[in-house]
Design a protein around this ligand. Sequence first.
Ligand SMILES: *Cc1c(COP(=O)(O)O)cnc(C)c1O
Length: 430
Amino acid sequence: MPGQPCSIDLDFDRCHIWHPYTSVTNPLPVYAVARAYDVFLELDDGRKLIDGMSSWWAAIHGYNNPVLNEAMVSQMQRMSHVMFGGLTHEPAVALAKQLVALTPQPLQKVFFSDSGSVSVEVAIKMAIQYWAALGKTSKNRLLTVRSGYHGDTFAAMSVCDPLTGMHSLFKGSILEQYFAEAPRCRFDEPCTGNDLADIHVMLELRHMDIAAVIIEPVIQGAGGMRFYAPGYLVRLRELCDSFGVLLIFDEIATGFGRTGKMFALEHAGIAPDIMCVGKALTGGYMTLAATLVTESVAETICSGNPGVFMHGPTFMANPLACAVASASITLLKSYDWKASVLRLEAGLLKGLEPCRELKGVMDVRVLGAIGVVELHSPVDMAVVQKKLVDKGVWVRPFGRLVYLMPPFIMHDEELGILTAAVCEIVKTVC
Ligand SMILES: *Cc1c(COP(=O)(O)O)cnc(C)c1O
C-alpha cells in the first residue's frame, strides 16, 4: 500500500475476523478506515475516498456530523443504556413521537429493536400473533415477491429471494413461504391488474394459510436494485384487503428520504398494516430499527393469548441510539432535504448517462439519491474494488450491479468524481 505504513493489524484481521459474506480461508482484501467525516472515508494509509455507499444506505448526513455527535455525547452523560422492561426514557418517547408523526396516520404503535433483520422478525411475529388471536392459527405463512431482501436472520431470510438467499442451502431449517413473480412494471410505467396476476392467483389459492404479504415498497434493494411502479402497491393493498391478509412494508433501505419522499410508500399514497424502518434511522451512527403497527392490529394481538406481544430484546430502545435517531430526524427536517435528493438525482442521471452506451451495460436507472448500473455479467469484486479505491472513491458493487447511494450532503463536484469513476471502471471491465 502506498503512503504511510498501516497501523491497523490487517494480518490479524485476515486471520481472525469474518467480514460480511466472505471466506475466512480465502478472504478478499479489506481497507482500513482511520476516520470518516463529511462524505469522506480516510484510510489508515492517508488516502481519502469519496463515499458512494452511505455505509449501506445509513449515513444520509455523511460522517462526523457535529449535531449528531453532540446528541450522542450529551445522552451518554445522562445514561448510555437502561433496560426497557418496566422502564422508559425521554429519547425513546421523543423518537416514537417523531416516527408516529412522520409515518401514515394508521401506524400508531412502535416496537424498537436492534437491527433491520430483527424488526422484520418482529413484523412477522406480529402478523402471526394477530391471526392466532383471531383463532386463525392456520394463517401463519408469508407471501412475498421474488428478488426481495429482508435481512439475514431465519424468518427474514425465508422471505428473501430464494435464489440469491440460497434457500436450497438451508432447506429443512428455513420456513417455506410463498413467492410470486417480482413486479415487472418499471417505476415510470403504468401498472395494470395484469402485473399482479401472479400474486393475485396466489392470494386466491392460499389466503387461508397466509398471515401477511411482505414487500419493499417501490425499490427492491439488495435483491437486485429494482425500481417498480407505485401503482403496484395500490393494487396490492386492495388485494390484501379483499383476501384478508395483512400488508407489511419493509422501508429499511428506502426510509428517510432516499427515494425523494420521506418514505417510499408516499409514492403510492397508501398505508401498510405493519412497517419496518432501520438503516438511516440513526443517520448511520448506531444500530437501531423499529416496527410500526396499526392500532387495530396491535389491539387484536393483545386481545389474544397470552395477551402480550412475545418479544423483548436486551438492548431494546437503547437511549444512545434513540437520541441520535431523534437528532438525525430533526436534522433532516431542518433543511430542504428534498431539494438535495433531487439535486443528487439530477447529478446521478447526468453522471451515469455515458454508461448507457457501453457494451456490457444492460440498464442504467436512477431514482432519488440512488443510481444503478446493471451489467450483463458479474464483476470481479477483488479487481473492481481496487480500481475504484485507486480512483479515490468508495463504491462496493455486488454481482452484476454497480450502484451509488451517496450521503444527501454530497456536493455536485464530489458526485461528478464518483460517477466518472464508476463510468470509467464499467468501461474497463465490460
Ligand atoms: C438491510 C436491510 C434489511 C436488514 O437490516 P439489517 O440491519 O442488516 O439487519 C432488511 N430489509 C431491507 C430492505 C434492507 O435493506
